[in-house]
Design a protein around this ligand. Structure first.
Ligand code: ATP
Ligand code: MG
Length: 299
């Protein structure tokens, strides 16, 4: 196991940001941590590399306790933190050299390593630009490069693709899949449910510091939102719930769900409803079902 957490709690005063959490991350998988803003994801992640000291419970990361051996753990771990934590006055290259030195990347291979990762992330043209002159998305890409410098065994990605344009997001997905194929273990948080569904082997949905659901993306969909759904505008009236038809009111309108596409079409026809969209259920629907809130609402 790469990570073992047992009954881990983190309190800030009387507030529990992470509340009695237990889970394990086996080697070689992409483990997704989902949850609304304020759910406790980053607080948990910071405990994994010792930036937050847990209040209670036990935790091992790569076989060590991050409360006491984070300096060793960090050498085999790459972290894309939610905040970039870059040296703004230094150039892209200088930032990476400083970090390579911290990690002990051999001087002989350092330049080649930095340049190949910068090229992959399409940042090589900014190599000698001061970090403060980069766009938000470029800074995110640089943090991703920094996380991979030490060829880490375990990679933590806290919202790595937030603020990236779709092309770069896909580039990053390719890299994550490549890392997976090399047997690396990845912990990913994201607010993009399609990303979670595509990249993650196992998902945990957190809310208010606690785990609300845990399974593979496929099983989650089958358990919480099986079948198909239609979305109709709220002006279209108040739809009636029938046997094997589930209706949820969302900000975007009404969601009408059925196990089969045929049953859904029958219902829509019977009530003369014209849907905006008909599609199979997705992780986004599971998220709303499990957390009971829209994506834009805070915990
Ligand atoms: N240092 C701190 N002192 C006090 N409260 C904190 C501190 N760090 C986090 N919190 C609180 O803990 C809760 C969880 O925050 P956290 O950053 O872990 O959420 P998150 O799930 O990462 O959210 P997001 O999706 O917005 O990144 C929030 O209510 C936050 O205000
Ligand atoms: Mg966070």
């Amino acid at each position: 196991m790469i990570v073992i957490c047992e009954n881990v709690t983190k309190s800030f005063g009387s507030f529990k940001a992470v509340d009695d959490l237990s889970f394990q991350i086996p080697s070689g998988i992409c483990f997704g941590l989902l949850g609304p803003n304020g759910a406790g994801k980053s607080t948990l992640i910071k405990m994994l590399y010792g930036a937050n000291i847990r209040s209670s419970g036990t935790m091992t990361v790569l076989g060590r306790d991050p409360n006491v051996e984070s300096h060793i753990i960090k050498k085999s771990m790459g972290v894309v933190t939610q905040d970039n934590h870059l040296e703004d006055a230094l150039t892209v290259y200088e930032n990476l050299v400083v970090y390579s030195q911290f990690l002990g990347v051999p001087k002989l291979t350092r330049h080649e390593k930095i340049m190949s990762l910068l090229t992959f992330m399409k940042l090589d043209h900014k190599c000698h630009a001061p970090v403060r002159t980069l766009s938000g998305g470029m800074k995110r890409r640089l943090v991703f490069v920094r996380a991979l410098l030490g060829d880490p065994e375990f990679i933590i990605l806290d919202e790595p693709t937030t603020g990236l344009d779709p092309a770069v997001r896909h580039l990053l997905w390719d890299k994550i899949n490549e890392l997976k194929s090399f047997g690396k273990t990845i912990l990913l948080t994201t607010h993009y449910m399609d990303e979670a569904e595509q990249l993650c082997d196992h998902l945990v949905i957190m809310d208010q510091g606690e785990i609300q659901a845990e399974d593979t993306p496929k099983n989650m969909i089958e358990r919480y939102c099986p079948g198909y759904l239609a979305i109709i505008e709220s002006e279209m009236g108040n739809p009636v719930e029938e046997v094997d038809i589930w209706i949820r009111q969302r900000l975007s309108g009404y969601q009408i769900r059925a196990l089969s596409l045929e049953a859904l079409h029958q219902y829509l026809k019977k009530h003369q409803l014209e849907p905006k969209v008909i599609r199979p259920s997705q992780m986004e629907d599971v998220f709303l079902e499990v957390t009971g809130r829209e994506l834009s609402q805070d915990a």
